[in-house]
Design a protein around this ligand. Structure first.
Ligand code: INI
Length: 177
């Protein structure tokens, strides 16, 4: 259901725009595998600037590794200053099970921080088999995941703002009991 006729949908549809007017962003980037993460950061900054962001609307926060990204993102969200947070890192599978732990905690942690704070966080943390795959995703064959993560953050920041604006406050009339 939801459609009156083929051309006239009855339902309301909300979607975030790719514009940044009045929005503030934090980018959390890990130093581990900096050769890759710096490229992800450049991709993310490129996306934010192209969407029209002022430099003053962007805060870049550096953390040691992907494991530390969620807690930094959560504290940034709690400041109430940011409409969305872009999380960037690179975990490369080595010969140890370290990869599984770090990537699982990073992904679960970012999801939990976003869910608990209500501030959208985009996941630009590469979890790859080798350096070649990482390079491909940091500006080579497979685009730049930092750019994509920043665009998702812009869209989600707009969407959340729209959802908040569109939900009319409840009537102030007193109910008779
Ligand atoms: N951190 C990463 O961001 N990527 C990795 O590939 C990685 N590996 O493979 O170990 C990594 N480890 C460090 C980790 O994120 C923490 O910074 C460290 O354990 C201190 O808490």
């Amino acid at each position: 259901m939801g459609q009156k006729g083929q051309d006239q949908p009855r339902y309301r549809e909300l979607q975030g725009e790719l514009t940044v007017a009045g929005l503030h962003f934090a980018v959390v980037v890990s130093r581990f595998n900096a050769f890759i993460t710096e490229r992800l950061l450049q991709g993310a900054l490129d996306a934010l600037r192209r969407a029209g962001a002022d430099e003053e609307a962007i805060t870049v926060v550096r953390v040691p590794g992907a494991f530390e990204i969620p807690v930094a993102a959560k504290h940034l969200a709690q400041t109430g200053r940011y409409n969305a947070i872009v999380c960037l890192g690179t975990v490369i599978r080595g010969e140890t099970p370290h990869f599984e732990y770090i990537s699982a905690e990073a992904s679960k942690g970012v999801a939990a921080a976003a869910f608990e704070s209500g501030v959208p966080m985009s996941f630009g943390i590469l979890t790859v088999e080798n350096l070649e795959q990482a390079v491909d995703r940091a500006g080579l064959k497979s685009g730049n995941k930092g750019f994509e993560a920043a665009m998702s953050a812009v869209e989600m920041a707009n969407l959340i703002r729209k959802i908040k604006e569109s939900s009319a406050p409840p009537s102030r009339k007193r109910r008779r009991s």
